[in-house]
Design a protein around this ligand. Structure first.
Ligand code: RFL
Ligand code: PHB
Length: 389
């Protein structure tokens, strides 16, 4: 097969990029290792910045998001005693949208069929070749039969564990990494949320987050040591712990119910540079990971895709190779700011094993400062709602 852009990975980054290129008349194919059902079973992001909402609007795929998503004009930080309300709308004039990654992915998948975006599910042994050249190609297998896609560019949208990043030679690249000593144990349940806005809590016993997917579906998290297993946390134990960490007011409004999903996700900060090598552009989790505390992962994937689609459109439309050359620096400038915000909010809201009374006092003092300073709240709000693309 011959195409202009071969996209590896059919998660949100790959599908968004595929639709944007397809809408510009650029030939592309998406190669995804798993089935569509497998991808839709993954419960991940819940909070969308304007950049992500804007891409869905541009594609004309925002109808369900506008009907079912929940616009949020603020969120709360809790320090064990009080809620510190961050009034994002008043401080920035913008809002975030609570609409699950699962739903965005479903909307993009449905539109692929309708619009004729070619997505190959079950693509095995995907491998990248000749990325240093102007004529790279990708090989894969479907039911044991070897296939080859010749293209002008490869977009590596294959997440943290995919083959794209590994195709970039170590001599031209650099990795920056911080692995955290805890993971987030998440529970999804068909119960009403305990609060109309999200609550991020730093309690003596650890972190907790009250989030939601809809008026009848809640998503909660606590941090746990990496040695713990999901089996250690029957639903009742998890609800009890959430009630303590979120504080008495949230606990009083918290409805318990059976988990429909429960899993532990490790926390990591990771950046790979550059995000382009030769004819390969990396987008999303294949190039960077943030701890989920800032709700930035999916939104960074969307901003990468925004820059990548711009560069590829300039290349195929106007033979503008400079835009391709500028892609990595443009994307990384935004990535590093989101890494900083995600790292600092993680540092502020979690108990680290090495922390003593001094570090705890620093967290309490910082939360106290945020509670009393509009300047501090504005800084948090503008980062949370998303820096400009
Ligand atoms: P994905 O979603 O991992 O998709 C990559 C796709 O590539 C496929 N793939 C391959 N395909 C072909 N051949 C191979 N060899 C392949 N290897 C892999 C995979 O099957 C997959 O379908 O990456 P993408 O598209 O870059 O999207 C990134 C987001 O998924 C991720 O950043 C967010 O989910 C992170 N995240 C959050 N982000 C937010 O913006 N807001 C949030 O509120 C938020 N909450 C979260 C999160 C992530 C979480 N977990 C579980 C990691 C909460 C959690 C708990
Ligand atoms: C979620 O609802 O899954 C969620 C919300 C906010 C975060 C992380 C995850 O910061």
């Amino acid at each position: 097969m011959k195409t202009q852009v071969c996209i590896i990975g059919g998660g949100p980054a790959g599908l968004l990029l595929g639709h944007l290129l397809h809408a510009e008349g650029i030939a592309c194919v998406v190669l995804e290792r798993h089935t569509a059902a497998h991808i839709l079973a993954r419960i991940r992001a819940g909070v969308l910045e304007q950049v992500t909402v804007g891409l869905m609007e541009r594609l004309g795929l925002d109808a369900r998001m506008k009907a079912e998503g929940l616009p949020h004009g603020g969120f709360n930080l809790a320090d064990g005693e009080r809620l510190i309300h961050i009034d994002v709308a008043a401080l920035t004039g913008k809002q975030v949208m609570v609409y699950g990654q699962t739903e965005i992915t479903r909307d993009l998948m449905d539109a692929s069929d309708e619009r004729g975006l070619q997505v190959v599910y079950g693509a095995q042994d995907v491998a990248l070749h000749d990325i240093d050249s102007d004529a790279p190609y990708v090989t894969y297998a479907i039911e044991g039969v070897r296939q080859r896609v010749d293209c002008r560019f490869i977009a590596g949208c294959d997440g943290f564990h995919g083959p794209s990043r590994k195709a970039v030679p170590a001599r031209v690249s650099k990795e920056f990494e911080r692995v955290y000593p805890f993971g987030w144990l998440g529970i999804l349940a068909d119960v009403a949320p305990c609060n109309h806005e999200l609550i991020y809590a730093n309690h003596e016993r650890g972190f907790a987050l009250a989030s939601m997917r809809s008026a009848t579906r809640s998503r909660y998290y606590i941090d746990v040591p990496l040695t713990e297993k999901v089996e250690d946390w029957p639903d009742d134990r998890l609800w009890d712990e959430l009630a303590i960490r979120l504080g008495p007011d949230a606990a009083a409004n918290m409805t318990r119910g059976p988990s429909i999903e429960k899993s532990i996700a490790p926390l990591r900060s990771f950046v790979f540079a550059p995000m382009r090598h030769g004819s390969l552009l990396l987008c999303g989790d294949s190039a960077h990971i943030v701890p989920p505390t800032g709700a930035k992962g999916l939104n960074l994937a969307a901003s990468d895709v925004h820059y990548a689609a711009h560069a590829l459109t300039a290349f195929f439309g106007r033979n503008d190779a400079e835009a391709i050359g500028a892609y990595s620096d443009r994307a990384l400038a935004r990535v590093w700011k989101a890494e900083r915000f995600s790292w600092s909010l993680t540092r502020l809201m979690h108990r680290f094993p090495e922390d003593g009374p001094f570090e705890r006092a620093m967290q309490v003092a910082e939360l106290d400062y945020i509670a009393s300073s509009q300047a501090a709240q504005t800084s948090i709000a503008e980062n949370y709602v998303g820096l400009p693309v």
